[in-house]
Design a protein around this ligand. Structure first.
Ligand code: AMP
Ligand code: ZN
Length: 468
């Protein structure tokens, strides 16, 4: 087993990852709320979690990864207020909640496939675990961690010594999911208490309801991840993942109820991905138009170009989406795939000479999933004094984690150094013409290249070109 160091939100430190059982990793990921298409921000989280899972596997671990599908209980505010997201989706599309869930679950996994995100070992919809939720809530009531008020069952956060174990921020700063226009729930004993089970539905049209000891109703959002994780991964979870907005209240509440239920510490490592933002701020589905994988495809970007865009930056840094940068990544991606395609993969590999590159790749990923460094190792291999067969074999191996289809058979064209030199000289000539304000000449150069099947694009990082 190779060493992996990860930033742990629980301890706020980069730590050596040590699972409970040697050689095995239990990994839980919060799944999508299937009321709409996933935006590319959501998918940034799933891409980076996929890299994490594949890093564990590359390092020699046996991984069991579990993901829920939220098809009930997630209200438009992450704190229990606003409307039910699934109901909003059903109303919007004049369909039933289960039709909406089925459609967007499939759409989510289709996006994942395009982005080469591996299907988790277990995918469990919340609606198929109602007995498990009810059992967990019964135990929480028995142990005095929960109370019934106004027909709903609430978790009593005042019963815990350290409710904010996952975050040392102030309460107000943490209320990221809460909207200002929603009224306070008068049944709550403490502001941070949260609903485990709703019986008094605020929504007349609530379609999905189940019998429970507290009346007909439906579960709160947070209970599903605790119960599904414990069902499939047991009482000790190695690592739990999600986007940074999940730290509070969702993951904070998951810890509260899981540890109150189990009577001991539950999860050792918490892995959170910072958001993908657009130029106006956080990406959000409530803003109306939002960026999806299909939209990128319509604009001519392969989903793997977006995957590479994500891998070029660190998961713990916010990332701003930008078409100019995506254009550059597209050019870089096509170039690197072409170079790999032109390697002659037949012949003996030079195992001894290959090892330092393997070590460098593992070291990059083992250093808190430094994906941009791992990509650099691919370029280092291409430049290395190794035969083609060794280069191809190494990159093929690295692609088990990067999943960029780097060694897939393509109809890539021979790299043409002469053409590259010609186009680059023309770009320089055009730059000089523009500087001299000779725009007619600059345009003429662009047209001349276009006639030869070369399109120029001006980006903030300079002019890039592609074959059309
Ligand atoms: P949801 O479908 O809303 O439950 O979100 C699915 C996942 O996407 C969760 O792990 C969120 O934390 C994550 N997420 C939401 N917005 C973003 C964003 N802009 N960038 C990255 N991850 C996000
Ligand atoms: Zn969750």
């Amino acid at each position: 087993m190779k060493e992996i160091h990860l930033y742990n939100t629980l301890t706020k430190k980069v730590e050596l990852f040590v699972p409970k059982t040697e050689g095995k990793v239990g990994m839980y990921t919060c799944g999508p709320t299937v009321y709409h298409f996933a935006h590319i921000g959501n998918l940034r989280s799933y891409i980076m979690e996929d890299v994490l899972e594949k890093t564990f596997r590359y390092a020699g671990y046996d991984v069991k990864r579990v993901m829920n599908i939220t098809d009930v209980g997630h209200l438009s505010s992450d704190a229990d207020s606003g409307e039910d997201k699934m109901l909003l989706g059903a109303k919007r599309e004049k369909k039933t909640v289960m039709e909406i869930a089925e459609f967007y679950r499939k759409a989510f996994f289709s996006d994942c496939e395009k982005l080469r995100i591996k299907m988790p070992d277990v995918v469990e919809p919340a609606t198929s675990c109602i007995p498990e939720f009810i059992h967990m809530i019964e135990v929480l009531l028995e142990k005095g961690y929960a109370y019934v008020a106004g027909g709903n069952v609430y978790f009593d956060t005042s019963k815990l010594e350290n409710y904010y174990v996952l975050s040392n921020q102030k309460e107000e700063e943490l209320m990221v999911g809460a909207r200002e226009d929603v009224e306070e729930d008068a049944n709550k004993r403490n502001k941070t208490d949260f609903v485990l089970w709703f019986t008094k539905s605020k929504f007349d049209a609530q379609e999905l309801k189940w019998e429970s000891p507290w009346g007909t109703g439906y579960p709160g959002w947070h209970i599903e991840c605790s119960a599904i994780s414990i069902k499939h991964l047991g009482e000790n979870l190695d690592i739990h993942c999600g986007g940074i907005d999940n730290v509070f209240p969702h993951h904070t509440n998951e810890i509260a109820q899981s540890e109150a239920y189990l009577g001991h510490k539950w999860c050792n490592y918490w892995f959170h991905i910072l958001h993908l933002n657009d130029s106006t701020g956080k990406m959000s589905k409530s803003k109306g138009d939002f960026l999806t994988v299909s939209l990128l495809e319509e604009k001519g970007y392969s989903p793997l170009v977006y995957r590479m865009f994500c891998l070029q930056s660190h998961y713990r840094k916010p990332l701003v989406f930008n078409y100019e940068v995506l254009d550059n990544v597209k050019t870089a991606y096509e170039k690197v795939v072409n170079r790999i395609h032109n390697l002659n993969k037949e012949g003996e590999t030079e195992q001894e000479k290959m090892q330092p590159y393997r070590d460098a790749f593992m070291e990059a990923l083992g250093n808190d999933i430094n994906t941009s460094q791992a990509l650099t190792v691919v370029y280092d291999v291409l430049k290395a004094e190794l035969n083609d067969a060794s280069k191809w074999a190494l990159i093929n191996e690295f692609d088990s984690v990067l999943s960029l289809d780097l060694t897939k058979e393509t109809d890539a064209v021979e790299e043409d150094d002469e053409l590259t030199a010609f186009v680059e000289a023309k770009i320089e000539e055009r730059k000089a013409a523009k500087k001299a304000k000779d725009f007619a000449k600059a345009d003429a150069i662009r047209d001349e290249l276009l006639e030869k099947g070369i399109e120029l694009k001006d980006t903030r990082e300079g002019t890039v070109w592609q074959r059309v």
